[in-house]
Design a protein. Sequence first.
Length: 109
Amino acid sequence: MPDTPHPDQLDLLPDDVAAAAFRRLVRHLRHRHDAQNIELMGLAGFCRNCLADWIQDAGFPGDKAAARELIHGMPMEEWKANHQTPATQEQLDRMESSLALNKVRSALP
């Protein structure tokens, strides 16, 4: 009897529940200005800008600037001016190492 792969339980999550969780995550990141994108990239391999890219990949009709404004809750230029701090070399190095792990992970769509 051949092995049948187990479905990813995430795919069984109702879309309305997934959408509510996504909105909560975005609002949480809007509130946590102290969580810098560079730090998120270094720790998890994604950031607010990635979320903006992913909503575009999923069919958001706006351009990159509109997607980023939706996720950041303000235009990108305003976000950078008010909340972004200069990245250190250590942060950049951590981000590069983290991004390399993303490439290894073939399960990411």
